[in-house]
Ligand binder design. Structure first.
Ligand SMILES: Cc1cc2nc3c(=O)[nH]c(=O)nc-3n(C[C@H](O)[C@H](O)[C@H](O)COP(=O)(O)OP(=O)(O)OC[C@H]3O[C@@H](n4cnc5c(N)ncnc54)[C@H](O)[C@@H]3O)c2cc1C
Length: 490
């Protein structure tokens, strides 16, 4: 394994020997602060004791100190709802477990060994100079490795690369008994064929922090020649046009995503901008870009202040934004070179952009339905557009096959995401959408959710019992819990 020069010094000095089922010695009690925590949607916050964890031993102490309300691992708090908070209990802030431990550049595929609190932003900046690339990226780089694994996050390339968990070679999990287990990704394609550790591995992927705290992981990487992407853009006139183009053409691209207009009704309902692309090769760059092909362009235009009222997103602003966003895209453009921020993370340019929704916050509703239910998908779409609830940041993707994780969200089918300001009547709309989604055999994404009922959740995740059998074995007292877990009666 090659050393990783920039960040490797003394990396293990504060990490106890991590072996399968090693029992870690505790540290003295950690100071904890009573704070209000919420998700990225800034709604449904709760008070808990926040313990800042910078070593595995510290995490073990926090487990022991945990009250009857248990403990919840937390990364950068980019899940939208109540997954990373724990009313009246302890929340473990794992962002200080932030060391990149080693990179094996020579291996095929190359791998990186990281502590769970390292953000994708930090990791990408460290890996790009080596021509290495994180294979699955969500719509923000401000998520931790632990959060990416626990939610089994997906990117624009799910149809070609699957979700984040598919690329985790192994992970170290601190379980409720105070032991750290190293879990390797098992071979084999069926749940029934897995042994206990194999099941614990896959239950932890997408397990929303309820099997234990991930403290370290080995992630498989891809290689890139440049930090640029060649992007084709098409404007689509309505939802049928969009779905037809995606169905016909997505397989020709590694990355595909559409922004759609969720305000305009009538014959242009569902008009959209479809962007699809691939990693750019060195030979495709402009001469100027070729001088520093792996340069990470990540501009920052400051932080959105806390000054916005609740109704900034109203009919007027939503209409104006949607018109502008649609019109600014070209009708048809091929082979444009875009940098990482342009192609993947335009929202990361401004920090705390969620403040524009005002103090009431917002809800992100993301659902998936199977490919054989396009009519349900379109009906849900129409229900949103005609509901009077307004959303500007709207994303539509096609998922490929899911993985062995019982609670992973992606399933082969269509997925749609809308950001809806919290206001009267929203619960009714979401309940009606849930009903449609369940009826089609689909589901809602837990990393975005703050309102699903336990009953609906059970209907949406038919492999829940597989998950529960693992969790009940490793954590019979449910020491690892969260607001989300209690709401969903997990
Ligand atoms: C702008 C934006 C765009 C997004 N785009 C996408 C997208 O395209 N695709 C997608 O899939 N998601 C997307 N997300 C959601 C985000 O990727 C996930 O919610 C992710 O889990 C957040 O990581 P985090 O470090 O902030 O974790 P948190 O939000 O702090 O925690 C999320 C969950 O992970 C658990 N957890 C965190 N750390 C650990 C750990 N070390 N061990 C065990 N459990 C842990 C928590 O208990 C919680 O259940 C987006 C979010 C934002 C804000």
């Amino acid at each position: 394994m090659n050393d990783f020069p920039a960040v490797r010094d003394d990396v293990r000095s504060d990490v106890p020997d991590i072996r399968p089922s090693a029992v870690v010695e505790e540290q003295p009690p950690l100071p904890q602060q009573l704070v209000e925590l919420h998700g990225w949607g800034r709604a449904a916050g709760s008070m808990s004791h926040l313990a800042s964890i910078d070593s595995v031993a510290g995490a073990v102490s926090a487990l022991r100190q945990g009250s009857g309300r248990g403990v919840t691992p937390r990364g950068l708090g980019r899940s939208y709802g109540d997954a990373a908070q724990n009313a009246g209990g302890t929340t473990l802030d794992l962002t200080h477990l932030n060391k990149i431990l080693a990179v094996d550049v020579a291996a095929e595929p190359a791998t990186v060994t990281v502590q769970a609190g390292v953000s994708l932003d930090t990791l990408m900046k460290a890996l790009l100079p080596f021509g290495l690339w994180v294979p699955v990226l969500p719509g923000t780089r401000q998520v931790t490795i632990g959060g990416a694994i626990a939610a089994d996050v997906h990117g624009k390339n799910h149809h070609t690369q699957g979700s984040f968990g598919n690329h985790v070679r192994s992970l170290d999990l601190l379980t409720a008994d105070g032991a750290v287990r190293t879990l390797d990704r098992p071979g084999g394609g069926s749940w029934e064929g897995l042994d206990d550790d194999g099941r614990l591995f896959w239950a932890t992927i997408g397990g929303m922090g309820l099997t234990g705290a991930i403290v370290e992981a080995v992630v498989e990487l891809q290689r890139v020649e440049t930090a640029y992407f060649t992007v084709d853009t098409d404007r689509c006139s309505d939802i049928d046009d969009l779905m037809a183009r995606m169905s016909e053409g997505d397989e020709d691209y590694n990355y595909s995503v559409a922004w759609f207009d969720a305000v305009t009704r009538g014959k242009h309902m569902g008009r959209a901008v479809l962007t699809r692309g691939d990693k750019a090769k060195l030979s495709q760059l402009e001469p100027k870009q070729r001088r520093d092909p792996l340069k990470f362009v990540a501009p920052s235009f400051g932080t959105i202040p806390e000054v916005f009222p609740n109704r900034m997103v109203n009919k007027l602003t939503a209409k104006a934004f949607s018109e502008f966003w649609y019109r600014k895209a070209p009708q048809h453009r091929v082979g444009e070179l875009q940098n990482i921020t342009q192609f993947f993370h335009p929202l990361d340019i401004v920090a705390e952009w969620n403040r524009v929704y005002g103090p009431n916050g917002f809800l992100q509703y993301q659902f998936a339905v199977p490919f054989d239910a396009p009519e349900t998908f379109k009906r849900c779409f129409e229900m949103i557009v005609t509901s009077g609830h307004l959303s500007c940041l709207n994303v539509l993707k096609r998922f490929g096959p899911g993985n062995l994780s019982p609670l992973s969200f992606p399933m082969p089918g269509w997925t749609l995401t809308v950001d809806l300001p919290i206001e009267a009547g929203l619960d009714k709309l979401c309940d009606a959408l849930d009903e449609e989604v369940v009826g089609a055999g689909g589901r809602v994404y837990l990393a975005k959710d703050s309102r699903l009922t336990a009953g609906r959740f059970r209907q949406m995740y038919p492999r829940l019992d597989d998950f529960l059998s693992v969790r009940n074995r490793v954590d019979p007292q449910h020491l690892f819990s969260s607001d989300l877990a209690r709401r969903l009666e997990l």
